[in-house]
Ligand binder design. Structure first.
Ligand code: GLU
Length: 472
C-alpha cells in the first residue's frame, strides 16, 4: 500500500468547473482534505479551467461556494490553470529542446488513414511515431509548408508503467499500449494531461487522490513526470458514486450539486459525515466529527468498489445533526427559509419555542420550515379527513374540551384537561387526539397534542377548534 511518503504531504483537489460542485467532487475534496490533515500536510485547490466554454466565472464560483459551504478551506490556492499558460509553454519548449517531445505535422486526414490501415491489417490503431526525430531522419520527411505542428510527448517504447494505487492496489500498464500523447495543439495551447502533470510537479503534490475515471490518464502522466525528472506522486483512485439504482450518480437521481443540498435544507456537517462514510469506513462508526475524520482517515479503509448513494441515510444523519443544535441556533437557521415560504413569525409563539417542539421530527430545515408554518398560518383544510373522525361522541367530547380549557396554559394542564374529557366520554386518546391534530395542524404527524396546544396558544387553539366545531 502506498501509505504516505516521507516527504511533506501535499494533496490537491483539481475540479474542472462544470456549473456546480458535484457530490462526487465534494467527496474527493473531502478525502484530499482529510488525508492532508491526518498527515500534517497541505490541501491545495486548483481550478482546471482550460475548457473555456464550460469554465465560466459562474461555474468557477459554484465550486468555490460549494467548498466554502462545506468548510473545506484550502491551505493554498485556488490556482487557475488559465493563468499558468506561460509556464506550460516554457516546459514544452524545454521538452522539445531535450528531445522528450517533438513536432508532429500529421493532418487529421492522415491520422484517419493511419488508423484505417492499422485496422485493416488487424493491428491496434495508434500513432505510428512517423514524426519522431529519428524516423524523420531515416525517412527524410519534410515539414509541409504552412502547416502548424502539434507537439507530442515521446512515450517510452517498451516496459511497463507500474504504481501501487492507494485504493486499487498495484496497477501495471504496458508502454506498448500508450502512444505519443499530444501535449500542445496546433495553436500552441497545452492539453489537459500535460497541464495536470506540470501543476502536480510545480505544486509538489505528494498524493494524488481522485476519481477512478482518471485511471487511464495516470500511466501517461507518470511517464511525462519521469521525462521531466520530477518525483512521481503516490496515486489513489476512488471508485465512482452510483445512484440507488446502481447507475452512475447523475441529475436524474435528484440533487447532485452540493449547493442543492444546501437549498434543500441539509446541514454541511451531515453531508460531510455522509460523504466521508460513502466509500470509507472506520469500524462500525456511522457518526463522527470532522475532528475524528482527520484523526482516522486512511486510504487503506477506502472501498475498492463503487458506492451507492442512499438518500434515506443522508436524511437520517441530517436529522441527527439538526437535533444537536439548540432551539435558538435552529431558529436562526430556519428564519430565512421561513421568509422564503412567505409567512411571518412576528405574531404568535417564539420561533425558538416552535423549533424546540419540532426539531426531533424534521429531517431537513425545509421540512422544519414547512411544519413551522402551521403555527403561524391557517393549516391546510382537513375537513375531508375530519368527516370520518368527527362522530357525534367525538364532536361532543371536543366541544366539552373547548369549555374546559385550563386557565393555566401549560402542556401539563392541557394534558389533564384532555384526560378529563376522555374519562367523561369513555373515548380513547387517539379518538380525540387525531381529529385535534387535524383541526389544529391540518395533519396527523405532529408532536404530542398537549405540547402543540401549549405552543400554539389559547387564542389560536380556540379559534381553530371553533372553526370546525361550531355552526356546522
Ligand atoms: N479536473 C479533473 C476533474 O475535474 C480532475 C483532475 C485530477 O484530479 O487529476 O475531473
Amino acid at each position: 500500500m502506498s501509505t504516505p511518503v516521507l516527504k511533506p504531504v501535499r494533496t490537491r483537489f483539481a475540479p474542472s468547473p462544470t456549473g456546480y460542485l458535484h457530490v462526487g467532487g465534494a467527496r474527493t475534496a473531502l478525502y484530499c482534505w482529510a488525508f492532508a490533515r491526518r498527515y500534517g500536510g497541505k490541501f491545495i485547490l486548483r481550478i482546471e479551467d482550460t475548457d473555456v466554454e464550460r469554465s465560466t466565472p459562474e461555474a468557477v464560483q459554484a465550486i468555490l461556494d460549494g467548498m466554502q459551504w462545506l468548510g473545506l478551506t484550502p491551505d493554498e490556492g485556488p490556482f487557475y490553470q488559465m493563468r499558468r499558460m506561460d509556464r506550460y509553454r516554457e516546459v514544452i519548449a524545454a521538452m522539445l529542446q531535450s528531445g522528450t517531445a517533438y513536432h508532429c505535422y500529421c493532418t487529421p486526414q492522415q491520422l484517419d488513414a493511419m488508423r484505417e490501415e492499422q485496422r485493416a491489417r488487424g493491428a491496434k490503431p495508434r500513432y505510428d511515431g512517423r514524426w519522431r526525430p529519428e524516423n524523420v531522419k531515416a525517412t527524410g520527411l519534410e515539414p509541409p509548408p504552412g502547416l502548424q505542428p502539434v507537439v507530442r510527448f515521446r512515450n517510452p517504447d517498451s516496459g511497463f508503467v507500474t504504481w501501487d494505487d492507494g485504493v486499487k492496489g498495484r496497477i501495471s500498464i504496458s508502454n506498448e499500449e500508450l502512444d505519443d500523447l499530444i501535449i500542445a495543439r496546433t495553436d500552441g495551447t497545452p492539453t489537459y494531461n500535460f497541464c495536470v502533470v506540470v501543476d502536480d510537479m510545480d505544486m509538489q503534490i505528494s498524493n494524488v487522490i481522485r476519481g477512478d475515471d482518471h485511471i487511464n490518464n495516470t500511466p501517461r502522466q507518470i511517464n511525462i513526470l519521469k521525462a521531466l525528472g520530477a518525483e512521481v506522486p503516490a496515486y489513489a483512485h476512488l471508485p465512482m458514486i452510483h445512484g440507488p439504482d446502481g447507475e452512475k450518480l447523475s441529475k436524474r437521481h435528484g440533487a447532485v450539486s452540493v449547493m442543492q443540498y444546501h437549498s434543500d435544507g441539509y446541514l454541511p456537517q451531515a453531508l460531510l459525515n455522509y460523504l466521508a462514510r460513502l466509500g470509507w469506513s472506520h469500524g462500525n462508526d456511522e457518526i463522527f466529527s470532522m475532528q475524528q475524520l482527520q484523526e482516522w482517515f486512511s486510504l487503506e479503509h477506502c472501498s475498492k468498489s463503487a458506492a451507492q448513494f442512499d438518500f434515506e441515510k443522508l436524511k437520517w444523519l441530517n436529522n441527527h445533526y439538526l437535533r444537536q443544535l439548540t432551539a435558538q441556533e435552529l431558529a436562526n437557521m430556519v428564519a430565512p427559509r421561513v421568509r422564503e415560504e412567505g409567512f411571518s413569525v412576528a405574531q404568535g409563539p417564539e420561533l425558538a419555542t416552535v423549533c424546540e417542539l419540532l426539531k426531533d421530527r424534521a429531517q431537513t430545515l425545509n421540512e422544519l420550515a414547512e411544519s413551522i408554518a402551521m403555527f403561524y398560518m391557517d393549516p391546510p383544510d382537513a375537513s375531508e379527513a375530519l368527516k370520518e373522525q368527527l362522530s357525534p361522541p367525538v364532536r361532543a367530547a371536543l366541544t366539552a374540551l373547548m369549555t374546559s380549557l385550563p386557565a393555566d396554559w401549560s402542556a401539563a394542564a392541557l394534558a389533564l384537561a384532555l384526560k378529563g374529557v376522555l374519562s367523561a366520554s369513555g373515548l380513547k386518546m387517539p379518538q380525540i387526539a387525531m381529529p385535534l391534530r387535524l383541526m389544529l395542524m391540518g395533519r396527523t404527524d405532529t408532536p404530542s397534542i398537549d405540547k402543540v396546544m401549549a405552543v400554539l396558544g389559547r387564542e389560536c387553539v380556540t379559534r381553530r377548534l371553533a372553526s370546525h366545531l361550531t355552526a356546522r
